[in-house]
Ligand binder design. Structure first.
Ligand SMILES: Cc1cc2nc3c(=O)[nH]c(=O)nc-3n(C[C@H](O)[C@H](O)[C@H](O)COP(=O)(O)OP(=O)(O)OC[C@H]3O[C@@H](n4cnc5c(N)ncnc54)[C@H](O)[C@@H]3O)c2cc1C
Ligand code: FES
Ligand code: FES
Length: 1332
């Protein structure tokens, strides 16, 4: 079937407008249709696989049977266009617009400061909008559930939650105010009346939510649904035909004729396969209009649920039944509902079908183990007739395989009532608490003889411990016929351990953890069953503790900052919590990101071909087949580069496209240019590369060290005499800690558009980069043209975090070669998987230390060795290593301190800058060392920290003099605000009473150097134009990536020109307005650019002085017009020559920083020792950022950085295959913190009464420092683990690497269950993943 054939016309509505498509392509998803065809670019691409929520839209359908319209949130990236016939879609543009009226959801998220880079914001808006359409007065739980599938890498979620909280109608306390001062958690300062405390936003300003203002459901669609006779719909695409039968009979006939054609319901399994695995289905059958698949009927034994019902519908049905029937009848319903609540995200559950989940037979399906344990059955229909089949161990036969024959259709699923004495349990453990496939998941059922503890029947099913859902019949046999007691259970654990064996190299890794989970989840079931037997008076035993779920309700936090002085003019915005200047545009989807720039007619798209070998010679590159494919225009190789074939960076060259040899999987080899994204992608897949492997690739730090594979120079530093000092200490301890890398996971992937101007080799580069000048220079060198022919434009970035510097420039060079060669505009936007594969991230580190200390806790000597895994090119690795050396003292005055650091060269994608630039790794090792000292001495870690902190006039180990006064103030203030002592006692009390859940608490300090040690980067320029009408255009060298630099620059200009911020506009960062910019990095953007903008504005203000004097009562506009007529220049540049910083590595001294930003953070966590799951119950952060230019922006940076640090230290894990391939290439495999990870109480305090003479208006840089404070959660987990270990009699230091994932935390707890798991001997097997 081909595109030439006539099909039906697809008809649906988008934002109230009718859309008809004569040639709807079944392979087109709604997201690309919206963005590319309709140019509705508010809906964003973040991952393409349903894992990030950036593409959330609302889909509404009329149900003729009930005559109602149902609305649900869905991911546009997985929504086939063809499935929308008869639906009404609402996108963020349809919700509200700055041109007409913004919607309260958009307003509240924006004004509550919930939008930084803004890339996630439309998705957030839509998720909450869809919720409000169904429930205008939601609970907090509804809100956090609605947001669970939406990722944000900038804000830390707290402000989004607080903005949305204002829709809640829970009136029992001030939690509804959303202003962050809940009566429940306020730490009162009696000297400051509450009403005088400044607040981040004023909810009184908000528009009310008025449901009558929403778009109505199109009457035409109601008419269509009620009057049209259902008929088969067919849509033909380039490679695929879509058929939507109108009846069950027709569906059966179709499936009999074409059994190979998949049934696409929610498309959440088929969609990702098509997208990520390149699967092509010539025919797709869409049974969504077959009513029998959605029918629900009740029998005395249970309920039949249509297989087409979405998982959300199934859950609501079960919830309804739970209310209707006695508890004893609904055990299975309850367990299923619980499991459904944790499966995927709301968007996924709204479309994914029950039948689809069963038929997909995922190895770690959440539903199948429960359905199987609960004795469910499926009703199957095919050409051969109808049959019923039990959903048991015989149904699931292998990876993605069931006993269903290709022509079988699952029509419905029978879910039985439970019987008296029957209990069902469902448990899961996942890398992230919500929106994450489970690591291990179970369904368990036990049936007792009446009134006794004698087991008549039991079934145990697991997911995540084999290729499919598996049962444990031997274990069941060991339980059946016996009393449910410790003896039976302890035998059952042993049988289970032998029954469910995972080979040491099992796909997915985590073998010991998964095995221990099989036991500990059975133990959890045991606890539940005992509880129930006791409630039924069947047993009178004293029960072990009940393991309750971890707490989950996010309460409003405190955000304390200082008010501006009473004498400050009302118009002067400096120091006030001004909303991000683009927040409203971001919330309405109007904000333009690079890939939102409209396509031109002849524009081409570029897709890269990357190496599939880690270390090999390229023997041939054959593009002939690719060049024959439809739409493919050209293939760009290194030979096409007219100028330099490398990008130079700090004296090192990096190849743009590999020519002869590759040194990692993911290295760029060539690029295919075609008329569309899809064609370029198919072209790239058709390029054939042959390799000849080179011997012994190096992947791990240990391998690199063994082979001395380092990037030079190595760095060392020493103060005092370490060797000598070790002779005079009471104790010496040696330890090590490993820290994993981190993916930037900016929500906007690498994006650029290179447009040839058409004359004199001039190019416009629209790009998402932190350093426009680097791109400009690199493109010019690549094309062998002067820099004045290349203009880089950066409107905004959808997040960057250090990841949009060097690799972005390299990508721009390749794209510009394509633009130059084809003379067309060329666009390159990486898919999430490519982005993660190619661009590298934070350096993993192995830190080893030897520490000498006195029995009173004073650390006298420390010798630290750091190895970073730098990957295949040097990039910024040596600079990272230097920063590691410069921060290894953190807050501590260790008189004899020595450090060595090396960047290991390996055959992995090159690592690069990442927020904190080595500092989080550096300090993590030091803090771990301090914790070990505390554990050896048996003293609280905070005491050892305090004893060793810098005090009085101090100098760092590189002889930089500073005063630690504000560091100590932050520490003290943090201890006071978080009520450290009393809560520490409460934690100890909790732990005494609880065996399986432990609490842990930790407080850590930070001293973070601001500015570039490379002195020339400490400069900035600005260009300010005043137009005759008085409007002002500010340009400066900083790029807006969510950190609010443009907002702050607007504030600076407003203060200096004495005009309202509304008169000031910032359009973009452009190399034609401000040349020779420095990167927006090192937390120095505001310091540098702020001074440059100030300088330009001062010049202009002075120029206007004569005019003002002549007409002192005149308006600003009258002065600017008069100045024009008096021929006064209304344009000025500003410049800032920043501090002359340096570091002399030979002398081991210098002044590499302008000043330090200080902070302290205390976290308390609750850890489930049986699964390793944890929740941060409270976080208090105190930071000294001088006088904040904008407290809302700065608090946003603090919260966002903390959450990124929490991800780094507790959950984010990059996994590489033994051949060096990154496995974790999307949000399904790589988990960044989501809304479920926000501390339940998240309090931020800006240290009062501090000043900083080194930066603008006495402020301080804050972009990076707080990231390290996320380690406070790591150390709190370690503290909780320590408490669990002491219950097992294990005392003293123990090893816990970072991140402290549930796997690591659970295994470190050393519970009776983990102790049963035999450790696999390292070296005796090939692990699934490398320990790099
Ligand atoms: C981001 C994301 C997160 C997820 N998280 C989880 C999770 O935490 N836990 C979990 O268990 N699952 C999870 N899933 C998986 C999801 O639940 C399944 O993909 C979904 O249930 C499949 O249903 P569908 O309607 O989308 O199937 P489709 O993709 O439409 O179809 C899948 C397959 O099922 C077949 N099929 C569909 N209906 C029938 C039928 N009636 N009869 C016969 N065959 C049929 C199709 O032929 C096809 O082969 C997640 C998926 C995504 C994308
Ligand atoms: S782009 Fe659709 S969920 Fe990520
Ligand atoms: S604001 Fe959420 S990703 Fe940037």
């Amino acid at each position: 079937m081909s595109a030439g054939k006539e099909g039906n016309t697809l008809c649906f509505f988008i934002n109230g407008k009718k859309v008809t498509e004569k040639h709807a392509d079944p392979e087109t998803m709604l997201l690309s249709f919206l963005r590319e065809k309709l140019r509705l670019t508010g809906t964003k691409y973040g991952c393409g696989g349903g894992g990030c929520g950036a593409c959330t839209v609302m889909v509404s359908r009329y149900q003729p049977a009930t005559k109602t319209v149902v609305h649900h949130a869905a991911n546009a990236c997985l929504l086939p266009l063809c499935q929308l016939h008869g639906a009404a879609v609402t996108t963020v543009e349809g919700v509200g617009s700055s041109r007409t009226r913004i919607h309260p959801v958009q307003e509240r998220i924006a004004k509550a400061h919930g939008s930084q880079c803004g890339f996630c914001t439309p998705g957030m808006v839509m998720a909450v909008y869809a919720l409000l359409r169904n429930k205008p007065q939601p609970s907090m739980d509804d809100i956090t559930l609605a947001l669970a599938g939406n990722l944000c890498r900038c804000t830390g979620y707290r402000p989004i939650v607080d903005g949305c909280r204002t829709f809640c109608q829970e009136t029992n306390c001030c939690q509804t105010t959303g202003v962050g001062n809940c009566c429940l958690n306020r730490v009162e300062n009696p000297e400051q009346p509450q009403h005088e405390k400044p607040q981040l936003f004023d909810k009184e300003e908000f528009l009310p939510l008025d449901p009558t203002q929403e778009l109505i459901f199109p009457p035409e669609l109601i008419l269509m649904a009620e009057t049209t006779d259902p008929q088969t719909l067919t849509f033909h695409g380039e490679r695929t035909t879509w058929v939507s039968p109108a009846s069950l009979e027709e569906l059966v006939q179709l499936k009999t004729r074409r059994p190979e054609a998949p049934l696409v319901m929610g498309n959440t399994n088929i969609g990702p396969d098509i997208k990520f695995k390149g699967v092509v289905h010539p025919l797709i059958i869409s049974p969504t209009r077959v009513t029998e698949l959605f029918e629900v009927s009740q029998t005395p034994q249970g309920v039949w649920v249509g297989a087409g019902c979405s998982l959300s519908e199934v859950r609501s049905l079960l919830e309804k039944l739970l209310l209707q029937f006695l508890e004893e009848k609904t055990e299975l319903f309850r367990a299923l509902s619980l499991q459904l609540g944790n499966l995927g995200s709301q968007q996924i559950r709204n479309v994914a079908s029950l039948g689809g989940n069963i038929a997909s037979a995922y190895p770690n399906s959440d539903l199948n183990p429960v359905l199987a344990a609960g004795n469910c059955r499926v009703s199957i229909l095919s050409g051969g007739g109808r049959r019923e089949v039990p959903l048991n161990q015989d149904f699931f036969v292998g990876f993605g395989k069931t006993i269903l024959k290709p022509e079988d259709i699952v029509v419905s699923v029978f879910i039985p009532f439970s019987r008296k004495g029957e209990f069902v349990g469902a448990f899961r453990q996942a890398p992230r608490k919500e929106t994450s496939f489970p690591t291990v998941t179970t369904g368990m059922r036990v049936f007792f003889s009446e009134g006794s503890r004698l087991v008549q029947d039991v079934s145990l099913y697991y997911g995540g411990v084999g290729p499919t859902t598996v049962s444990a019949p031997k274990t069941c046999a060991a339980i059946i016929g016996r009393p449910w007691n410790d003896e039976t259970l302890s035998r059952a654990y042993d049988v289970l351990l032998n029954e469910l064996v995972l080979p040491p190299s099992a796909p997915g890794g985590k073998v010991e953890f998964r095995r221990s989970l099989t036991l500990s989840l059975l133990f959890k079931f045991n606890l539940e069953v005992l509880q129930k037997l006791r409630e039924m008076n069947v047993i009178t035993d004293e029960l072990p503790e009940k393991v309750l779920p971890l707490p989950r309700e996010i309460q409003p936090g405190l955000q304390e900052f200082q008010p501006v002085s009473k004498t400050q003019s009302d118009q002067d915005p400096v120091g006030r919590p001004i909303m991000h200047r683009s927040a409203i545009s971001q919330a309405t989807g109007e904000a333009v990101y690079c890939d939102d720039i409209p396509r031109t007619d002849d524009e081409l798209f570029l897709v890269l071909v990357t190496s599939s070998r880690a270390h090999a010679k390229i023997t041939s590159l054959d593009a002939s087949e690719a060049l024959q494919l439809p739409g493919v225009v050209d293939v760009i190789t290194a030979k096409d580069v007219p100028g330099k074939k490398v990008c130079s960076f700090f004296g090192n060259d990096e190849e743009l496209l590999a020519e002869s040899q590759v040194s990692c999987i993911g290295q760029m080899l060539c690029a295919v240019v075609a008329d569309t994204r899809a064609h370029a992608k198919r072209g790239a897949a058709a390029v054939k590369i042959s390799y000849e492997d080179l011997p012994e690739p190096v992947f791990t730090i240990e391998e690199a060290v063994a082979k001395s594979s380092f990037f030079k120079p190595l760095r060392s530093i020493e103060r005092g005499n370490v060797t000598e000092a070790f002779r005079n200490v009471d104790q010496i301890y040696e330890g090590e800690v490993r820290m994993g890398g981190q993916e930037h996971f900016y929500m906007e992937t690498q994006s650029m558009l290179v447009v040839p101007v058409g004359e004199e080799t001039e190019f416009n580069v629209y790009i998402s980069t932190q350093w426009p000048t680097l791109t400009q220079d690199a493109v010019a060198e690549t094309l062998n043209i002067p820099s004045n022919r290349v203009t880089c434009h950066v409107k905004r970035l959808g997040g960057a975090f250090g990841g949009k510097v060097l690799k972005t420039s390299i990508l721009a060079c390749i794209t510009s070669v394509a633009a130059w060669k084809t003379n067309h505009a060329v666009r390159c936007v990486l898919e999430r998987g490519e982005d993660m594969l190619i661009t590298g991230g934070r350096h993993p580190v192995l830190g080893k230390y030897k520490v000498g200390f006195m029995n009173d806790g004073r650390i006298r000597a420390a010798d630290l060795q750091y190895y970073t895994n730098a990957g295949s090119t040097v990039d910024e690795s040596v600079l990272v290593v230097e920063k590691i050396m410069l921060h290894m003292d953190n807050a501590y005055n260790i008189p004899n301190l020595r450090g060595h650091a090396a960047a290991c060269r390996t055959n992995l994608p090159s690592n690069t800058a990442f927020r904190g630039f080595g500092v989080p790794q550096s300090i993590m090792v030091v803090e771990n060392m301090v914790e070990d000292v505390a554990m050896v001495l048996g003293r609280p870690a905070d005491q050892i920290r305090e004893i060793n902190m810098y005090k009085g006039p101090s100098a760092t180990h590189y002889k930089f003099e500073f005063s630690p006064e504000n560091l100590l103030r932050c520490w003290e203030e943090c201890k006071f605000k978080c009520e450290y002592s009393s809560r520490r006692r409460a934690v100890e009390q909790f732990n005494l009473q609880s065996r399986w859940k432990k609490r842990g608490m930790s407080i850590v300090p930070i001293k973070y150097g601001i500015a570039f040690a490379e002195s020339f980067l400490n400069q900035a320029a600005a260009l300010v134009h005043i137009y005759k009408d008085g409007s002002v255009l500010v340009s400066h060298g900083g790029t807006e990536m969510g950190q609010g630099i443009h907002t702050k620059m607007q504030q600076v200009a407003s203060r200096e020109l004495h005009i309202a911020p509304s008169k000031i506009y910032i359009s973009e960062t452009s190399t034609s307005s401000v040349p020779n910019t420095c990167p927006s990095a090192a937390s120095f953007g505001t310091d540098a650019n702020g001074m440059a903008v100030k300088n330009a504005c001062e010049t202009l203000y002075q120029r206007l002085e004569p005019i003002r004097k002549k007409n002192p009562k005149g308006s600003w506009e009258s002065w600017t017009t008069a100045a024009y007529f008096e021929k006064i220049s209304l344009s000025a540049t500003g410049f800032y020559r920043g501090p002359d910083l340096y570091m002399d590595w030979d002398k081991m001294e210098g002044q590499p920083y302008a000043y330090f930003t200080y902070g302290a953070c205390c976290c308390e966590v609750e850890l489930d020792c049986l699964t390793g799951d944890y929740r941060t119950v409270r976080t208090d952060i105190v930071v000294d950022i001088g006088r904040s230019v904008n407290p809302s922006v700065d608090i946003g940076q603090i919260e966002g950085a903390f959450m990124q640090g929490l991800g780094l230290f507790t959950m984010e894990e990059l996994k590489f295959s033994p051949s060096g391939l990154l496995y974790t290439r999307g949000p399904s495999q790589y988990k960044i913190p989501a809304v479920c990870d926000v501390p339940l109480r998240f309090n931020i305090y800006l240290l009062p009464d501090t000043h900083n003479p080194h930066a603008i208006y006495s402020s301080k840089g804050i972009g990076e420092p707080v990231l390290f404070l996320g380690s406070s959660a790591f150390f709190a987990i370690k503290d909780a683990v320590s408490a669990a270990r002491s219950d097992s009699g294990l005392l003293g230091p123990f090893s816990l690497d970072s991140p402290a994932t549930p796997e690591r935390a659970c295994l470190a707890c050393n519970s009776p269950f983990t102790q049963k798991i035999p450790a696999n001997k390292p070296g005796s097997f090939k692990p699934w993943a490398l320990n790099i």
